[in-house]
Design a protein around this ligand. Structure first.
Ligand code: FES
Length: 89
């Protein structure tokens, strides 16, 4: 079982975490660990997910603060960073 602490320590979700901060995709932070773990899995399984597919994927995670728009924006930024790293590797 991977926890938010475990994947944070390995650095594997660093781009996603940075994008959350950049887009202000967390406010109180209550939903953030679940959002990050869900989205990390989605980015592994469906790296080309559309904005609608991202919304569908996180539909089981409730956020009282962000309205989800910033969360989807953050995923788009993390996907771009991931693609850029893949292109340069
Ligand atoms: Fe507060 Fe999502 S940031 S519930």
């Amino acid at each position: 079982i991977w926890t938010i602490e475990g994947v944070s320590e390995t650095g594997e979700i660093k781009d996603l975490q940075e994008a959350f901060v950049e887009r202000n995709a967390l406010q109180c932070g209550f939903c953030t660990p679940g959002m990050l773990l869900t989205l990390a899995e989605m980015m592994d399984r469906f790296p080309d997910a559309s904005r609608d597919e991202i919304r569908e994927y996180i539909s089981g995670n409730y956020c009282r603060c962000t309205g989800y728009q910033a969360v989807v924006d953050a995923v788009e930024i993390a996907k771009e960073k991931s693609r850029a790293k893949g292109a340069s590797a």
